[in-house]
Design a protein around this ligand. Structure first.
Ligand SMILES: NC(=O)C1=CN([C@@H]2O[C@H](COP(=O)(O)OP(=O)(O)OC[C@H]3O[C@@H](n4cnc5c(N)ncnc54)[C@H](O)[C@@H]3O)[C@@H](O)[C@H]2O)C=CC1
Ligand SMILES: O=C(O)C1=NCCCC1
Length: 315
């Protein structure tokens, strides 16, 4: 009989997961995904079950990495929240299984994993696609993802200026306080992004919050919100003038309103750039459309499991 699963909850995930370990694993996973070799990664497009009464979705994200012996699935519920709602926008759990026997090895909190791996993949997009000498970072949104993006972007890069915008002045002020100052709070999205070299959109908006006419030529945009086919964060002007990258081409074509409704072409996946099969158009305006992938959760969960197990066996 198999051992019962271990439960690894939020504080423990937080205590073992570090960006410096996560980033190389994610780069490797993105490259493997884009090779479309079924011995490396099997990852169908996320199944999304509508939770109509609650304006949300439950996403199921199964992944198998045969060569690496990793089998997992994430359950993620995400919601369109009304202004002033105190309910969370995203809740997630990751289940890690033994691929040979099929038993569950671990059930772990998926919120920290989702928060950190999403920000880490955006940072990888910036590393690959932003112009050299980028100085100004703008973040639209001030929630969970805004903070994780702030943390990794300032850890990995040396921006001279960081700007942030949100719908309310209170949210902007709270965010600026939470990171200990050093960030310029802006009164409008336009003020935040004019002249910025890198722009991160991490809002719950379903309408464009970023307009192409504000975006400096050659800027890099990491677009993280709007993960349904009829939701938008970016307008048509930006989508049609930029070189568009995605984590998954199939994911973007079935889930991204910014891609589907603008009719923009997906030029490449991040993994293609990592594999050297498609170019990084650093000198052009680039958009990385992030939808989130099961393979990112799989390698993150395996990393958490390995670190957590090593911690248990230490004297
Ligand atoms: N691509 C991916 O892998 C992932 C994407 N997401 C998405 O990223 C987005 C942010 O997620 P969290 O930070 O966890 O949510 P959150 O609720 O913590 O923060 C959302 C932010 O967006 C702002 N916002 C909401 N509606 C807006 C509107 N209409 N216009 C302008 N701003 C608005 C809120 O005031 C808040 O600052 C969500 O759309 C979420 O679904 C989340 C996790 C992973
Ligand atoms: O990949 C994920 O996890 C999510 N993607 C889009 C919506 C929220 C969670």
């Amino acid at each position: 009989m198999a051992e019962p699963p271990v439960i690894i909850w939020q504080q423990e995930v937080e205590s073992v997961l570090r960006y410096r370990d996560l980033v190389p694993r994610l780069e490797d996973a993105l490259g493997k995904f884009s090779r479309r070799d079924r011995a490396e990664v099997v990852q169908p497009v996320r199944a999304a079950v509508p939770l109509q009464k609650h304006s949300g979705f439950m996403g199921l994200m199964p992944t198998y990495m045969e060569n690496d012996g990793v089998l997992s699935t994430k359950f993620v519920c995400f919601y369109k929240r009304e202004k002033g709602s105190t309910l969370p926008a995203v809740q997630a759990t990751v289940v890690l299984l033994d691929p040979e026997r099929g038993n569950v090895k671990a059930v772990m909190d998926g919120e920290v994993i989702t928060t950190m791996r999403t920000a880490a993949v955006s940072a990888i997009s910036a590393k690959l696609l932003m112009a050299s000498g980028a100085e100004v970072l703008a973040i639209l949104g001030t929630g969970t993802q805004a903070l994780s993006h702030y943390n990794i972007f300032t850890e990995m890069f040396s921006f001279k200026e960081v700007r942030v915008w949100s719908r309310t002045k209170e949210n902007v002020e709270r965010f600026v306080r939470s990171v200990g100052g050093g960030v310029r709070g802006c009164g409008s999205a336009e003020e935040a992004v004019r002249g910025a070299d890198v722009i991160v959109t991490v809002t719950g908006s379903t309408e464009p919050v970023l307009h192409g006419q504000w975006v400096k030529a050659g800027a890099h945009v990491a677009a993280v919100g709007a993960c349904r086919p009829d939701w938008r964060e970016l307008d048509d002007v930006l989508m049609k003038s930029a070189v568009v990258y995605a984590d998954s081409r199939e994911g973007a074509l079935s889930e991204s309103g910014d891609v589907i409704l603008s009719g923009a072409q997906v030029f490449a996946e991040l993994g293609d750039v990592i594999n050297g099969t498609r170019p990084a158009e650093r000198e052009k305006t680039t958009v990385f459309k992030s939808l989130g992938m099961g393979v990112e959760d799989a390698v993150s969960a395996q990393l958490v499991f390995d670190q957590w197990t090593a911690k248990q066996t230490k004297p």
